[in-house]
Design a binder for this molecule. Sequence first.
Ligand SMILES: *[C@@H]1O[C@H](CO)[C@@H](O)[C@H](O)[C@H]1NC(C)=O
Ligand SMILES: *[C@@H]1O[C@H](CO)[C@@H](O)[C@H](O)[C@H]1NC(C)=O
Ligand SMILES: *[C@@H]1O[C@H](CO)[C@@H](O)[C@H](O)[C@H]1NC(C)=O
Ligand SMILES: *[C@@H]1O[C@H](CO)[C@@H](O)[C@H](O)[C@H]1NC(C)=O
Ligand SMILES: *[C@@H]1O[C@H](CO)[C@@H](O)[C@H](O)[C@H]1NC(C)=O
Ligand SMILES: *[C@@H]1O[C@H](CO)[C@@H](O)[C@H](O)[C@H]1NC(C)=O
Ligand SMILES: *[C@@H]1O[C@H](CO)[C@@H](O)[C@H](O)[C@H]1NC(C)=O
Ligand SMILES: *[C@@H]1O[C@H](CO)[C@@H](O)[C@H](O)[C@H]1NC(C)=O
Length: 904
Amino acid sequence: MGHSSASASIHHVSLIILSGILSLETIKLGLCSDDHNVGCIDIERKALLKLKQGLMDPSGRLSSWVGEDCCKWSGVGCNNITGRVNRLDLRNHYWFDYYGPTEHALIGEINPSLLVLKDLVYLDLSMNYFGGVFPSCIASLEKLKYLDLSGSSFVGVIPPNLGNLSRLFYLDLNLGILETDLQWLATLSFLKYLNLGGVNLTKTTSYWLPAINMLPSLVELHLPSCSLSIFPLTLSSINFTSLLVLDLSGNKFTSTVPPWLFNLTKLENLDLSYNSLTGKLPDSLGYLKSLRYLNLSDNSLEGPIPKSIGNLTSLDGIIPESLGELSSLVSLDIFGNKWGGAITEAHFAKLGGLRKVLIGNYPRNISFSLVFNISSDWVPPFKLRYLEIRSCQLGPKFPTWLRNQTELTTVVLLNARISGTIPDWFLQLDLQLDELSLADNQLSGRVPNSLRFSYDSLVDLSSNCYEGPLPLWSSNISRLYLRDNRFSWPILHNIGQVMPNLTQLDISTNSLSGSIPLFLGNLSQLQVILISNNLLSGEIPHFWNNIPSLVSIDLSNNSLSGTIPRSLGSLTSLQFLSLSSNNFSGEFPSLKNCTYLNILDLADNKFSGPILASIEESMPNLQILSLRSNSFTGSIPLNLCGLSAFHILDFSHNNLSGNIPHCIGNLSYLKSEATFIGNYANFGRFELVSKGRVYVYDYGAILSLVTSIDLSDNKLSGEIPMGLTSLIKLGTLNLSMNHLTGNIPANIGNLESIETLDLSLNKLSGSIPQSMVNLTFLNHLNLSYNNLSGTIPTSNQFQTFVDPSIYEGNPGLSWCPLPTGCQDNEEAPQVPSGDGEEDDGSKLEKLQFIISMVIGFCAGFWGVFGTLAMKGSWRHSYFHFIDKVKDAVLDFFPAIGTYLQKRL
Ligand SMILES: *[C@@H]1O[C@H](CO)[C@@H](O)[C@H](O)[C@H]1NC(C)=O
Ligand SMILES: *[C@@H]1O[C@H](CO)[C@@H](O)[C@H](O)[C@H]1NC(C)=O
Ligand SMILES: *[C@@H]1O[C@H](CO)[C@@H](O)[C@H](O)[C@H]1NC(C)=O
Ligand SMILES: *[C@@H]1O[C@H](CO)[C@@H](O)[C@H](O)[C@H]1NC(C)=O
Ligand SMILES: *[C@@H]1O[C@H](CO)[C@@H](O)[C@H](O)[C@H]1NC(C)=O
Ligand SMILES: *[C@@H]1O[C@H](CO)[C@@H](O)[C@H](O)[C@H]1NC(C)=O
Ligand SMILES: *[C@@H]1O[C@H](CO)[C@@H](O)[C@H](O)[C@H]1NC(C)=O
Ligand SMILES: *[C@@H]1O[C@H](CO)[C@@H](O)[C@H](O)[C@H]1NC(C)=O
């Protein structure tokens, strides 16, 4: 069978899948028409018409209520076997619409004919203008599970016989002008959702809580504005422990917050606003660990905000202005919550003793839900030493209320939407700062040279719009981050003399030009130097000779050229070295003394010669080695296999020859089931090619979860070593564009983590191993241009691999759409060809096959989609965050937790 007919048969199968979906549609229509025969029961149709007659319908929402089959009327649903109406949904979805409520509301009274619909399970009449007395007849619809009459302006008393609706799990009577006792609730033990907003519960005020406590399934309880005046302080035991939402706002409570509330540890949403709650907030607030929304505004709470509020890590609430009353407050630390709303002068009104303020959130890219709304002439009552505000809307101007803050030592205004320049008055405060972090703003112009810093200080002006030469402040600074600005001059030669105590220097992602000065060597304390993404050119001088403590060097993405001085190998503390995307050439010197090295990235240069042979014995910590796109020759050194932490190996696009070593299966990190989170004490970024895309990773714990072996586009020959299939943690395997021969290893299905598998453009023969259908994470497969033969598997993930190009160029490979009858046939694909030629038996067989195919397709689709969805959180993480490890640690750990949890 030729290549063209193979792809032709594949097209044919795609067509069958399509027609399969059509067939299913037909089947479904068929069932519906059976349904139609069951029909709508005449008395129910008449009852609905009576209901319609009693209503004004200005927007014609009930215009489809004509004809015999009431099951097809809009808002009406029927049981598909009995034909009886079981669902009536007349909710006015336009309530909040521009046009206002009356346009689309149904107006009038509920006709008791509704009672005829005895099988109703779902009844939603909400947001209409049904006036009058509460229709007590509804209590006879005993099968109701869902009842929503909210916004219906009924008046009078909620009839106690509502207790007959013992199957209800959803009851919404919000906004009615109603009264009730709550005795009838006792029988509604399945209730999950109860909303009696606005209902006058004055009569129940002594027993409302015991009444609610009869509802063990309750998940959401809304009793806002119910005229409740007693918030019982004790409760013998709590029945509704599954409660997620509790809204008791706008009542008349005057007590303290009752302690039993803090036993509701699943609560996500707590609204106690607009009462007169008094006393202190107890420390047990910290037990409500799931809380995302907390509203305590407009109460009379006093005393300190409990420290444990810091435990409420998912909080998404409003900061009470009463905070401003805490006159003895010294430190205000409300960092790490998703606060919303505005910070005003009132929040600080009496905080004369305040010395430390910490407000905001990680990560940096969250929405700015917290806004500082403070007038430009405000003079605060406090003198701060420590100010840290992150990811809040503070700008656009540099905050003028700092004008009188003469005692500041730490100023962190990070990601605060501040633009313009640092004002002169700030410079004239003559502060001596130990930290100035103004990163992630839109500050522009030149950096003022007159700032003063204390010993061992940190300056972070990353991600702003500063231009001109790099600023040089005298002496004391130890960490200087100027990354991602528009600094454009050459690196000044006296940098080493002016700031001799620098330990970390990040000037990456600017427009610095010229060459790297040898004088950089005067920075003898330097541990981290990141100069990537600039316009630097020329050869690199051996500036490191006097800097023995260098740990991280990133010179990637410049136009540097020449050979690498051998003395680089003397940096025995080196952990991270990236020289990628430059024009370096020649042989790469031995790094066998760099025993701590864990990342080496030489990609996209012109290095030649053999790969360093002494890897194993000298670099036991090596985790990532990228030699991509160079001219390395020779074979893959065997010592590689002994690297116990190795998890990313990219040798693609070189001239390597020889076999893939058998011992590659010994790479213990990729083999072990133990989860190891790499220890990267580094800064910088790493590029990885996977699935035809370049992924940029920030160094951090996430990167240690990425596992890849890419040997593509070399001259490797021999067979794919069997041992490779024991690397169960491998995510990407790319062996394409080599001269590999032999079979795909039969147990390749052991690679249970594999997502990308590219074996294309080799000389592999034999069949696609059946075990490959076990690769449930696989979403990128390419087997094209080999000598594979036999049939393409059709189960599991293979249902999604329908793109013919991933199989093309394998003359012996066929797609077998009919497993029966093709089993022993190696050539002709048994694609159903005749129209109307088959007998009924084979038609049936075909139909069954098509159905299972479509189901398989869906299952496969969700497999892939599920993988992507599940990993969304950490993908998001590593694309967006971090240029400082401090942030990285805080941001990544929750993400990894989620990832691992889901993966296990
Ligand atoms: C009939 O309705 C039941 C319950 O709603 C549903 O589970 C079932 O799938 C339906 N049957 C058909 C053939 O649509
Ligand atoms: C609630 O009902 C009580 C009588 O039961 C009445 O005195 C009170 O005014 C009502 N409250 C409201 C807000 O209508
Ligand atoms: C908890 O709910 C059950 C079922 O409604 C009820 O029998 C029991 O009395 C309730 N417990 C309390 C303490 O109210
Ligand atoms: C609340 O929890 C505490 C212990 O965690 C327990 O002693 C107490 O009885 C609980 N209260 C209620 C009302 O369940
Ligand atoms: C808050 O978290 C800390 C540390 O996990 C813990 O020791 C403390 O008991 C928690 N406080 C509350 C009220 O949960
Ligand atoms: C605040 O500083 C301004 C000058 O910047 C000064 O005129 C004013 O008196 C100061 N106010 C206080 C309360 O220190
Ligand atoms: C640099 O640091 C050393 C201590 O490591 C200190 O003695 C020296 O004064 C510092 N130099 C300057 C200029 O700050
Ligand atoms: C590596 O260390 C050995 C022994 O300390 C030394 O002789 C050799 O010169 C070092 N190599 C380099 C490249 O620094």
